[in-house]
Structures are given as C-alpha cells and as structure tokens.
Design a binder for this molecule. Sequence first.
Ligand code: 2NE
Length: 270
Amino acid sequence: LNWTSVKEFEDIIFEFADGIAKITINRPKVYNAFRPKTVNELIEAFDICRERQDVGVVVLTGTGDKAFCSGGDQNVKGYGGYIDDDGVPRLNVLDLHKRIRSMPKPVVAMVNGYAIGGGHVLHVVCDLTIASDNAIFGQSGPKVGSFDGGFGSSYLARHVGQKKAREIWFLCKQYSAQEAEDMGLVNRVVPLDELEEATIEWCKIMLQRSPMALRMIKRGLNAELDGQTGIMEMAGDATLMFYLMEEAQEGRKAFLEKRDPEFQKFPKFP
Ligand code: 2NE
C-alpha cells in the first residue's frame, strides 16, 4: 500500500492508505514501551480515526521486528504512575483502552514481536490480533510491581477462560505466537515478512463488509462484558440509525412546522 502520513507525532507514526489507518508505536530503543506522551498521541490518532469517514479499519503495531509494545516505560515510572513532562504521574493508557473498545470500526493489533505487560493489554483490547511467528505474549505486572485489573484481566479471561487468564497473570510466563493462537488469544499467526500483507488482506475483506453491520456486531460483543456502558454505546448506535429513519425526521419536521407529528403512519413491525 502507498502509506501517507496523516499527522506528525514524536512517539508514534500515523499513516493512511485505501481506507486503512496504521498507527505505529515508534520507540524501538525501549521495545516500544509507552510513556504518557506516547499514550496521548495514540489517543489523538484514534480520535482522528473515529472522526474520519474514509477510515474503515485501524491497525495498531510497533516499529521493528523486536516488539509490538513492552508496556509502560519503566524509565519514567514513579509514585502514582508514569511521570509526564509536567511532572504529573499518569495512567492514561486506560483511556486509550476505552477509545479502542468504543471505536465504531474494527481495530486490528498487528503484533510484530514482544507484546508484554501493558503492551499485551493493548492487543487484548483490539478486536483482532494477527501475529508474526516470532511474537511473544505475556503479562509482567506482578513481576515488576504493577497490574491491570480492568480490560487487561476481564477481557483477557473472555478470550482464554478464567483459569488461563489467572495463569497468565499469576505466573507472568511468556507464550509463543503458536501457544497464543492455540489458546484463542490471537486470530492468526504468519511469518514475520508476511505480517503486514496478511493484516492488509484481512482489513481489505472487512472494508468490503457493511460498516454498520460490523459496528453493531462490535457493540453487541462488547455489551456482554461492558454492562451499562456497553448498553449505552449500543443504544447510541440505535439512536443513530433511528435518526436515519423517516419516523425520527417526522418528529423534527412537525416541531419546526408547529403541528402535531403524524407518527401513526409508520409501521409497527412484529
Ligand atoms: C520485553 C522483554 C521481555 C524483552 O526482553 P529482552 O531480554 O529480549 O530485551 P531487553 O534487553 O530486556 O530489552 C531491550 C531494551 O528495551 C528496554 C530494555 O531496558 C532494553 O534497553 P537497553 O538495556 O538495551 O538500553 N525495555 C524493554 N522494555 C522496557 C520497558 N517496559 N520500559 C523501559 N525500557 C524497556 C523485556 O525487556 C521486559 O520484560 N521488559 C519490561 C516489560 C515490563 O515489565 N513492562 C511494564 C509492565 S507494567 C505495564 O505495562 C502497565 C500495567 O501493568 C498497568 C497499567 C499500565 C502499564
């Protein structure tokens, strides 16, 4: 694909081609670990992807062939979180998880190496994961003084089951791409040099599908875990579709024309 830059950032690369947005964490010296600035840039890029109607699918990956993301940058970890340039500790990666989860378009993790700690959680919250055969998966929080009891635990358990999720967190072992595929943690494993091609291939298939149908499926699958927030997101999309119907337009028109709405003319389907 002919990638073009969407916006210049310091810690990430943000590109677009043919309906696909590609967001690359670009901190190879620290195995693509994130600091608060990285997360803020990721949030901005995901927000742009949400707004842009020419983006149908978003791909998240890391620079190089060593790491997808190694989690929070241990160099800036302090009291209360990861210390930002302003000296304030932040854990803003949880806001990024929410963005990925509520993105009304598929988000694909293209895992090109280590997905460890908070980097592992990032692929867990993506809708699909395509991994290179050298990828390594695992949580490390309890080994380095951290944990993610949010989506990083509950949604992980939805993927692999409660026992396996507890094993992954309690032991902090590392798993090969093949093991990850076998436990339902990734969708597909391919040779490293075919990773982008395979990811684009799947993205192109999704781009041929009905965007509203994909959106509603994502909402439905999320709602099962997300409680009132999940129902709210799904109901929001139902409202969006209602606004596309003549019945909703009639209410607005009647108000502006200062007359009673003629709702009775609309069908009451079984
Ligand atoms: C990823 C892993 C297993 C790779 O091991 P290895 O032996 O292949 O490489 P090495 O030498 O450890 O790492 C290569 C370079 O990347 C840096 C290392 O310090 C090293 O730098 P140099 O010595 O060459 O200068 N690096 C790697 N990960 C880093 C990190 N996270 N922060 C800063 N620098 C990092 C191995 O490197 C590893 O285990 N990394 C640490 C993974 C980790 O514990 N991440 C934090 C987990 S907690 C978290 O992410 C989190 C959370 O639990 C909840 C909320 C938010 C975040």
